[in-house]
Design a protein around this ligand. Structure first.
Ligand SMILES: [Zn+2]
Length: 267
């Protein structure tokens, strides 16, 4: 092949190279069109966003209690930050005043589902019910229609993502788990986040009462990230920065295995 190619006169060789380049461009463009048209890369959960910008999204799951959210909100206000909260439907109904404060403070509101159960075990119809019950709760109380879903326990499969996307949701995971849900100590939380954060990262924290060290760790996390040159934004703001669509393999976060927030009764 190589010998054949170089046996051509230079003019023909240039023409051949040009044709090859054109073919590559057409194929690449065709793939992009196909991926966009059929939403190929969207049929999966999002762990981070490909960008070179030093920007990260800070996220808080919240499905239990009323003691931790206040101090977390105070810290965020002190630093003038707007982040993303994933609220569970029943929690929003039990603590409407806190949910409304989260909205009033300008934070982005996502859904943490209804019951704190693994959605991958349920039928598509049952998954749809879980998502829609939480959706109605959050909309009723905060006036906001969530479009982002952090599934309970970070559990999902293709079926869960497909149902969520049919309902207009994007499934949001994380690259950096602060492990604040293990109450490992303020220093461990802070050093872990600062070591693992990267451009386009989604960082997982919690504002549920089971997490006793989050509010104390938060100022150090924020200051550390800012020292590293990071801007802290909401998940939607991060998604808007996406430079190029890129498929990523489905993956479950092993660290989430066995983790349960206190389950709430099915109201
Ligand atoms: Zn949770």
């Amino acid at each position: 092949m190589k010998i054949l190619f170089f046996s051509f006169p230079p003019g023909l060789r240039r023409a051949a190279a040009g044709i090859l380049l054109l073919a590559a461009l057409v194929a690449g463009g065709g793939w992009l069109w196909y991926a966009h048209r059929f939403a190929v890369w969207r049929a999966m959960a999002i762990y981070s966003v490909p960008t070179r910008e030093r920007v990260v999204a800070l996220t808080f799951d919240l499905s239990w209690g009323h003691n931790t959210p206040g101090p977390v909100l105070e810290v965020l206000k002190d630093y003038g930050l707007r982040v993303t909260f994933f609220l569970s439907g029943p929690w929003v109904k039990i603590h409407p005043e806190i949910a409304r404060r989260i909205a009033a403070d300008g934070h982005e509101i996502g859904s943490h589902g209804y019951r704190h159960v693994n959605l991958s075990r349920l039928s598509p119809e049952a998954i749809r019910l879980e998502i829609m019950k939480a959706h109605r709760n959050i909309l009723e109380v905060t006036g906001r229609a969530p479009r982002l879903l952090r599934t309970p326990n970070g559990d999902y499969d293709q079926k869960v993502v497909r149902v969520a996307e049919e309902l207009g949701y994007r499934v949001i995971m994380w690259d950096t788990d602060s492990l604040d849900w293990k109450n490992p100590g303020v220093e461990r939380i802070v050093s872990r986040v600062l070591k693992k954060a990267h451009p386009g990262d989604i960082i997982l924290m919690h504002a549920s009462d089971t997490c006793k060290q989050t509010a104390q760790a938060l100022p150090l996390v924020i200051e550390g990230l800012q020292r590293q040159g990071y801007r802290i934004v909401t998940v939607s703001e991060l998604l808007a920065l996406q430079e190029a669509p890129r498929p990523a393999p489905l993956r479950r976060d092993q660290e989430q295995k066995g983790w349960r927030e206190r389950p709430l009764p099915d109201a």
